[in-house]
Design a protein around this ligand. Structure first.
Ligand SMILES: Nc1ncnc2c1ncn2[C@@H]1O[C@H](COP(=O)(O)OP(=O)(O)O)[C@@H](O)[C@H]1O
Ligand SMILES: [Mg+2]
Length: 242
């Protein structure tokens, strides 16, 4: 398998608080990698490092063999699509303009956009809601629209931060299916931060557990089930009963 993202010896502290102390993680092309770990362990901070929003104290992040340099990373950053926690659509814009936004910024013509928006909506199982405003939509539908917007620029890599948090189990199931559908349809490398173990077991090719600043476990869902490490076991047992 080809390495898509390599995080090497990442160190990061906020003041006295150590977040990463020599973290190593490889994401392979086309896989769905779920990152688990307790709240506050640094999962969101790790995603933000991947897209250069947060700069490491030391260590490197490379994508397709190109390290982030924090001067001009635009060619690398173009490869990413992100679905942040909450999904955050622009309230002042209708669904059409929300999805058109990243395309307009890239200078895509209105003619192409008019064609593209319904096509993107179809990928997330929606139709005919272009003129709705986000406030008229349920949380689950908002998430789908946010996903349609995130894939508008055909990213090679999708980052999802807690995509099923705060939605009901049925919606969570449909978000999971969409993540798998996107990967299967477009071959996107997918990194999914989640505290939803059921979802991780359902969609992941591999699971990595973040704990005390490093990756404590990395392997397939089956290897995770069989892992005998006490901290890992406790985390899974706690989540399974939660
Ligand atoms: N920009 C920041 N400045 C200072 N501290 C931060 C910043 N971002 C996150 N943190 C802290 O880093 C820790 C890890 O945060 P986060 O990655 O959001 O955790 P989670 O695993 O729940 O996503 C938390 O204690 C959080 O308060
Ligand atoms: Mg988080």
């Amino acid at each position: 398998m080809k390495e898509k993202i390599i995080i090497h010896n990442l160190h990061k502290s906020f003041g006295q608080q150590i977040i990463f102390s020599g973290l190593n993680l490889t994401v392979y092309e086309g896989e769905i990698l779920c990152i688990i770990g307790k709240s506050g362990s640094g999962k969101s901070v790790l995603l933000k490092h991947c897209i250069g929003i947060i700069k490491p104290d030391s260590g490197t992040i490379s994508v397709d063999g190109q390290p982030l340099t924090y001067t001009d990373d635009s060619a690398i950053l173009k490869k990413f699509g992100v679905l942040f926690q909450g999904g955050a659509l622009f309230d002042s814009m209708n669904v059409y303009d929300n999805i058109a936004f990243p395309l307009r910024r890239q200078g895509v013509s209105e003619e192409v956009i008019a064609h593209k928006v319904p096509e993107l909506l179809a990928h997330v199982g929606l139709k005919g809601i272009e003129s709705k405003s986000p406030s008229e939509l349920s949380g689950g539908i908002q998430k789908r629209v946010a996903l349609a917007r995130a894939i508008a620029k055909s990213p090679e890599i999708m980052l999802y931060d807690e995509p099923t948090t705060g939605v009901d189990p049925i919606t969570a199931g449909s978000v999971d299916r969409l993540i798998v559908y996107m990967r299967n349809t477009f071959g996107m490398t997918s990194v999914v931060v989640t505290h939803d173990m059921r979802s991780a077991f359902r969609i992941a090719d591999r699971i990595a557990m973040l704990h005390n600043g490093t990756i404590l476990f990395e392997g397939t869902p089956q290897q995770l089930q069989e892992c005998q490490d006490a901290v890992v076991r406790q985390f899974i047992a706690g989540k399974a009963s939660a």
